[in-house]
Design a binder for this molecule. Structure first.
Ligand SMILES: [Zn+2]
Length: 305
């Protein structure tokens, strides 16, 4: 199984969640072993920022990378799409300090990357295989990565809120590109109206609306169209985790379990894994049959819409 990049460069314009301003986003193919890089197109000569867990500086409402004084924020939904599609090498150029929010899910990024198309590169794809269980915990929240032959994500939330059904607070994804696209990629971020109003007072979330988030007041979901899945909230938490975990630098072979985790704990479990070489090994597969993860074969990738 070989590394992948995109076939052609592609661009889109979206809105910054916090600034409310238009943000230009471009994807460019990259050579083997480059990994995922972010570059600020609005800062002349700025150094590209590698998608590394060690560059995550704040995790207040999103995962934000800072390198050499340059910042790119809200990277997790885009990284989730990149991880979901199995892209190894890519340059992302962005014209602001935040990745545009699009519809609050990873689906628009998936659509764009599919439209660019993929090409297989002449080097084996590297995976990080979890060799020992590592668990991080803060108060009653925890996240762990365990050895597992494949990639599975389990997530449980615990919201005591009339609009968030108690029966739909746990979800599981057996990772494959197909499962990612169908079961996860379109799950939107969510926010409570009172938090959004408070953020606006501080000039944050100026671009936030029901076009890019599920908005909940004291009792109800305010979006007229309702939810895309009964368990959309917890599915989105898995979507976030997939993006945050890709900052480990490779696709994961392991099982991720989490209870009430968020960007901070997702980041911490990755750093913990990487802190000791006995926790992991880097592996490759000579062919697609022996690889325990299924990506869409290049020939099967079609563009929808
Ligand atoms: Zn999110």
């Amino acid at each position: 199984m070989n590394q992948r990049t995109i076939k052609t460069a592609i661009a889109v314009t979206g809105t910054g969640l916090h600034s409310g301003q238009p943000v230009d986003l471009e994807f460019h193919p990259q050579p083997i072993d480059t990994g995922i890089l972010f570059e600020r197109s609005d800062i002349a000569g700025s150094t590209p920022i590698p998608a590394s867990a060690f560059l995550v500086q704040d995790t207040m409402m999103s995962s934000n990378l800072v390198f050499g004084g340059t910042r790119v924020g809200t990277v997790e939904h885009l990284l989730s799409a990149i991880a979901g599609l199995g892209v190894d090498n890519l340059l992302i150029r962005v014209s602001a300090s935040e990745i545009p929010i699009m519809d609050g899910s990873a689906a628009p990024f998936v659509g764009l990357l599919l439209q660019a198309g993929f090409c297989e590169q002449d080097a084996l794809k590297k995976f990080i295989r979890i060799a020992r269980t590592v668990r991080v915990k803060v108060d009653d929240k925890w996240a762990e990565l365990r050895p597992y032959d494949g990639f599975e994500l389990n997530f449980e939330i615990d919201f005591d809120h009339p609009a968030i059904d108690k029966n739909f607070q746990h979800a599981q994804l057996q990772f494959s590109t197909q499962n990612f696209i169908e079961q996860l990629s379109s799950a939107r971020t969510f926010g409570f109206l009172r938090d959004i109003e408070a953020m606006r007072q501080n000039n944050l979330a100026l671009g936030g609306s029901m076009d890019n988030a599920i908005v909940i007041d004291e009792a109800n979901i305010l979006n007229e169209e309702g939810l895309r899945f009964n368990d959309e909230f917890v599915r989105h938490k898995i979507l976030d985790a997939l993006g945050d975990l890709y900052l480990i630098g490779y696709p994961i072979l392991g099982r991720f379990n989490a209870y009430k985790s968020g960007h901070a704990l997702n980041n911490l479990v990755v750093r913990e894994i990487l802190s000791d070489h006995n926790n992991f090994e880097i592996v490759t597969f000579d062919d697609n049959v022996t690889c325990p993860i299924e990506y869409l074969p290049l020939t099967a990738i079609t563009v929808e819409g």
